[in-house]
Design a protein around this ligand. Structure first.
Ligand code: FAD
Length: 261
C-alpha cells in the first residue's frame, strides 16, 4: 500500500499582520511549521506503515523554504517527499492549489490512500482536501476521526459529526481528511532530523508536473479577494451595578430599549 499525505507549511502564530497596501496577510519573518492538522494526517499514515508495511510519501505546494516541513515529515517517519514550487503558483486560491497538488500526486506515482488535514490553520477554507479528491477522480470522506478497517482495496472509517459519528466504507484509492481526535502525533526524533537533512527532495515546477498555466496563479483562481482587513476592535463592555435583581432589571430594560426583547 502507498499512502500520500498532503501537507501545508503555515506561520506559527495566531497574531496575523495585514499588509493593507498589498491586500494580503504579511507572513514575513514568521517561523513556519507543518499545519497542525497535517501532523495528525502524517501520524495516521506512519501508524499504518508501522502496522502493515505501507510506504508513506509526503507532498506540499509552497515556496522553497517549505522543504523544511517536508524534512520534518521525513524525520517523523515518511519515506519520500516532494515539493511543488514555482513562481507561477503564486496567487493560487484553494481550487488552483488542489489542481497543482493533484498533478504532483499523480507524478509521484501510484497511490492507494491520500490523507489531508481537515483545514489549514491560516487559510482555513477546508477546500483543498475535497477539491483534491475531485481533481484526482477518487471518492472522499472528510472529518475522519478513526480508520476502523483498511485492506488493499477497501476502507471503513468513522466520520465525526456534530452529535456523534457516521460509519462510511468505500473502495481504494480514496482521499480522507482527518480531525485531531484521530490520534496523538509524535515528535520528530533528533536522529530522524539529522538523517532527513541529507535527503534530496525533488522540487517540481509547473512544467515538470504538466499543469495548464491558465489553471494556476491569479488567472486560474476563481476566488477573487476584494479586501483583506483585520477585524474591527471590540467595543468595551459595560458593567451593570447593584444587586443581582437590580442588574437583571437594568439588563431587561436595556434589551427592550434595543428592541432585542
Ligand atoms: C485569491 C487568492 C490568492 C492567494 N494567493 C496566495 C499566494 O500568493 N501565496 C500563498 O501562499 N497563498 C495564497 N493564497 C492562499 C492559498 O490559496 C491557500 O493557502 C491554499 O489554497 C490552501 O487553502 P487553505 O489554506 O484554505 O487550506 P485548507 O483547504 O483549509 O487545507 C486543508 C488541507 O489541504 C491540504 N493543503 C492545503 N494547502 C496545501 C498545500 N499548499 N500543499 C499541499 N497540501 C495542502 C492540507 O492537508 C490541509 O490540511 C491565496 C488565496 C486566494 C483566495
Amino acid at each position: 500500500m502507498r499512502i500520500v499525505v498532503s501537507i501545508k507549511q503555515v506561520p506559527e502564530t495566531t497574531e496575523v499582520k495585514i499588509d493593507q497596501a498589498a491586500n494580503r496577510v504579511d507572513t514575513e519573518g514568521l517561523t513556519r511549521i507543518i499545519n497542525p492538522y497535517d501532523t495528525y494526517a502524517l501520524e495516521e499514515a506512519i501508524r499504518i506503515k508501522e502496522a502493515s508495511g505501507a510506504t508513506v510519501a509526503v507532498i506540499t505546494c509552497g515556496p522553497e523554504k517549505a522543504d523544511e516541513s517536508l524534512r520534518e515529515a521525513l524525520a517523523m517517519g515518511a519515506d519520500e517527499a516532494f515539493l511543488l514550487s514555482d513562481p507561477a503558483f503564486d496567487g493560487s486560491d484553494p481550487v488552483a492549489t488542489a489542481y497543482i497538488v493533484a498533478r504532483g500526486i499523480e507524478k509521484c506515482g501510484p497511490y492507494d490512500l491520500v490523507i489531508a488535514g481537515r483545514q489549514a490553520m491560516d487559510g482555513s477554507s477546508g477546500q483543498v482536501g475535497p477539491s483534491l479528491a475531485e481533481e484526482l477522480g477518487v471518492p472522499t470522506v472528510s472529518f475522519v476521526r478513526k480508520i476502523e478497517e483498511l485492506k488493499d482495496d477497501y476502507i471503513r472509517v468513522q466520520r465525526m459529526t456534530d452529535d456523534g459519528y457516521d460509519v462510511l466504507e468505500g473502495p481504494l484509492p480514496m482521499l480522507i481528511t482527518v480531525v485531531k481526535e484521530i490520534n496523538e502525533p509524535r515528535l520528530p526524533s533528533l536522529k530522524g532530523l539529522m538523517k532527513a537533512k541529507r535527503v534530496t527532495i525533488p522540487v517540481w515546477s509547473a512544467v515538470d508536473i504538466g499543469v495548464d498555466p491558465a489553471r494556476v496563479g491569479p488567472a486560474g483562481s476563481p476566488t477573487k479577494l476584494s479586501k483583506v482587513a483585520p477585524p474591527p476592535p471590540r467595543a468595551g463592555g459595560e458593567m451593570l451595578e447593584g444587586t443581582p435583581e437590580e442588574q437583571v432589571r437594568k439588563l431587561v430594560a436595556r434589551l427592550k430599549a434595543a428592541k432585542v426583547l
